[in-house]
Design a protein around this ligand. Structure first.
Ligand code: GTP
Ligand code: MG
Length: 429
């Protein structure tokens, strides 16, 4: 089975905790604080890997967790950062990360950070101030981002072979490329897309053979529309129409064109090469008549008669594909041209997660207030509220960033309860 979708659970590593520690040396009577910071948690990173064909591996194991950061230690030793978890995915994978960014992994080595690790907590050394020389608290590390994400694979090919079942698509792919798709004398032989490459000595192009289309595919008939998604990124379509006794190329053409349009992503507007296949089945005179009839019925269309059995017309078709792809994308690099490129972030980020600055205050009951906002939530999550020193530090920070004022404006009085994330505490201020 070919899997072009997968749902996986990803979780960035938790940040390590900062530590409370004081220097102890023989000749130093009162050592200062020296608690180190916790390391950040590792990220879950998808990397475009051309050796992967589909998303099947994601089904076997659907949970991906990056390593946590190590805790800080005394003597100002910081904990190590957790390692990233690298998840290889095939070229053509698109995904929305937990932060809301879209990634399109196209080039080998491209990376997409889908779940960030949590920040490590600061050690007590960081909380030294003129008024607080011996802080007896440190921050906790934060959990990494976690959640389910959907991966979607749309193959990368320059040209897509389309046609009714049995039109001879797979036979053509087998004839002109080194791919070995299954070929048989019944409809729906091809159950999943197959890629092959053609080469003109200078350039390589990728061809995609997809399962045959039938009338009503848009509504789920046959193998349905699913597979048309795999030609969405093609620059050119090669439309195969079967010749031979009893065939009706006009009708076949209309059906497939109708389904391309019904797919709804503009496939019907792609440049198209019409190939009349299995031409060995017709005597030469009849073939000439068919070609003439076709040109009369479709002014401007210049079909190529081919036979995958004898090889007739296939070289001409290959040349036409190179020409059409070149005309459709004169400057675009071919897929795979940057193989071996260094690692880099995937492009097409269209959305950046919001900052952590803002917060909102709401009165949710008699003497109970709730503060929401990522920055404030992280601040509270990082502290052990059972530790009085940590609590008083937190109160000061809430003053500094304007939370206390906002609470007052909302009717808060000293001693009322404040809820932030999963924590609730009485604020005496
Ligand atoms: N005589 C002749 N037979 C051909 C030619 N091309 C394909 N065939 C035969 O046509 C039948 C269907 O060929 P396939 O290549 O499997 O057709 P397909 O379009 O991939 O079919 P699906 O995968 O079912 O959509 C097979 O029996 C092939 O041997 C050709 O050029 N000449
Ligand atoms: Mg086939």
């Amino acid at each position: 089975m070919f899997h072009d979708r997968a749902r996986i659970f990803v979780e960035g590593g938790r940040g390590g905790d900062g530590v409370v520690s004081f220097r102890r040396e023989a000749h130093v009577p009162r050592g200062g604080p020296d608690g180190g910071d916790g390391g950040h948690g590792g990220d879950v990173v998808l990397v475009c890997d051309p050796s992967r064909r589909d998303l099947a591996a994601m089904r076997v194991s659907a949970h991906f967790r990056a390593e946590r950061g190590a805790h800080g230690q005394g003597a100002n030793k910081h904990g190590a950062r957790g390692s990233d978890l690298i998840v290889p995915v095939p070229p053509g994978t698109t995904v929305e990360g937990l932060g809301g960014e879209w990634f399109d992994l196209v080039e080998p080595g491209q990376r997409a950070t889908v779940a960030e690790g949590g920040l490590g907590g600061h050690g007590n050394k960081r909380f030294t101030a003129s008024t607080r020389q011996a802080p007896r608290f440190a921050e906790r590390g934060l959990p990494g981002r976690s959640g389910w994400i959907e991966l979607r694979l749309r193959l990368l090919a320059d040209a897509g072979l389309v046609g009714l079942p049995n039109a001879g698509k797979s036979s053509l792919l087998a004839r002109i490329t080194r791919a070995a798709p299954k070929v048989a004398d019944y409809p729906f032989t091809t159950l999943s897309p197959v890629l092959g490459t053609i080469d003109d000595g200078e350039r390589q192009l990728v061809l995609a053979d997809i399962p045959g289309l039938i009338e009503g595919a848009a509504d789920g008939a046959g193998l349905g529309h699913e597979f048309l998604a795999h030609v969405e990124r093609c620059r050119v379509l090669v439309h195969l129409l079967e010749l031979g006794p009893g065939s009706d190329p006009d009708r076949a053409y209309e059906v497939v064109r109708g389904e391309l349009a019904a797919h709804g992503s503009g496939l019907e507007r792609l440049p198209e090469i019409v190939a009349l296949s299995k031409c060995d089945l017709l005597p030469t005179e009849e073939l000439e008549l068919e070609l003439e009839a076709w040109r009369d019925g479709h002014p401007g269309s210049d079909p190529i008669a081919i036979s995958s059995a004898t090889g007739a017309g296939t070289e001409e078709l290959v040349r036409a594909i190179f020409r059409a792809v070149g005309a459709a994308a004169p400057d675009a690099p071919e897929p795979g041209a940057t193989a071996g490129a260094p690692e880099f972030e995937a492009e097409h980020r269209v959305y950046r997660p919001q900052g952590t600055g803002g917060f909102e205050v709401a009165r949710i009951g008699e003497g109970v207030f709730e503060v929401t906002g990522r920055g404030v939530e992280m601040l509270v999550e990082r502290h052990d509220l059972a530790n009085p020193e940590a609590l008083s530090y937190l109160e000061r920070r809430l003053h500094e960033i304007g939370v206390v004022k906002a609470l007052r404006d909302a009717g808060f009085e000293s001693g009322d309860e404040v809820r932030v994330g999963d924590e609730a505490f009485d604020l005496d201020t």
